[in-house]
Ligand binder design. Structure first.
Ligand code: THG
Length: 272
């Protein structure tokens, strides 16, 4: 699985404070810890508190790259913030641009800009697009799949290989009234989205969204991670520092025959 480490996000109190104080060590330590824990990419999200989101994105990217070579996932729904990160990012080991919708009321062509930026970042420039459009986040399976089909079509029209595209069916918190149908909707959508193109688009999601505000965060996250992988997801934005979650990931990969079983598979996984 392509694990995208979620921790460098201004939504977290320690990161928000580090951004305010320009405290590089907090950010660099999180980059190192997530790399050691097996992150394929490090998500970089300035959060909502930063006054100047573009400057904050550049600072985070430069700060991480001073001490860490793990490829980054630049995460913002504002293309200008992505562009600011991309300007200073080392894309030689690959880069992921994260969180474009299909379109927005204020910007019908927003996905075009994300695709152009991802394509311009070199052959390993990849893109996560949300199944979200100007009407918002779909609540049912069919609309999620229909939006995903439009995303795939747009990528094909622009000559952007579908193997460079990640589609995110958007997980919402389980504790919201009437939202308990959503995890099964997501699983059904994953099962259909992977057949929209050949090569199949990758499928990812912000796993921790699911358990926000609940009392069993890790447990809920790790059970659903296993379910999503078994339905065809091959990536997620996760808390890679959660050892139990990473053990479930490694075990699910064995059970799905994606990794070879040995008695020491957990040890082997932990040592990378
Ligand atoms: N899809 C895509 N990208 C995403 C998301 C998504 N990026 C952001 C987010 N969603 C995924 N990352 C997180 C990061 C943190 C949390 C949830 C998702 C989280 N944070 C604690 C909270 O809100 O309770 C912060 C609390 C603290 O300060 O400790 O849960 O869906 N493509």
């Amino acid at each position: 699985m392509i694990a995208i480490g979620e921790r460098i996000n201004g939504m977290f109190g320690d990161v928000k404070q580090a951004i305010a104080d320009k405290d590089k060590k907090v950010i660099q330590d999180l980059a190192a810890a997530q790399t050691d824990a097996g992150a394929t990419y490090l998500d970089v999200n300035v959060g909502t508190a930063a006054a100047d989101q573009e400057a904050t994105m550049s600072w985070l990217v430069e700060t991480i790259q001073e001490t860490c070579r793990t490829p980054l996932s630049l995460d913002s729904q504002k293309p200008d913030v992505i562009a600011a990160g991309l300007k200073v990012a080392d894309t030689s080991g690959g880069i992921l641009l994260n969180s474009s919708p299909l379109n927005k009321k204020s910007d019908e062509e927003v996905l075009d800009r994300y695709i152009e930026m991802a394509d311009g970042a070199g052959p390993d420039g990849k893109l996560i697009t949300l199944t979200m459009d100007k009407n918002g986040v779909p609540q049912d399976v069919d609309t999620r799949v229909a939006v995903a089909a439009e995303i795939v079509q747009k990528a094909m029209e622009k000559g952007f290989g579908t193997d460079r595209l990640f589609i995110d069916p958007i997980i919402l918190p389980i504790n919201v009234p009437n939202a308990q149908i959503q995890p099964t909707n997501i699983l059904d959508a994953i099962g259909q989205i992977k057949y929209l193109a050949d090569p199949a688009p990758h499928i990812t999601m912000g796993l921790s969204n699911l358990s926000q505000g609940t009392t069993q965060r890790s447990l809920i996250n790790r059970v659903f991670l296993s379910m999503a992988l078994s339905h065809g997801a091959d990536s997620a934005i996760v808390d890679v520092l959660d050892d139990k979650l990473m053990e479930v990931l490694a075990t699910t990969e064995i059970l799905l025959n994606k990794q070879l079983y040995s008695d020491s598979y957990l040890k082997a996984y932990r040592s990378g």
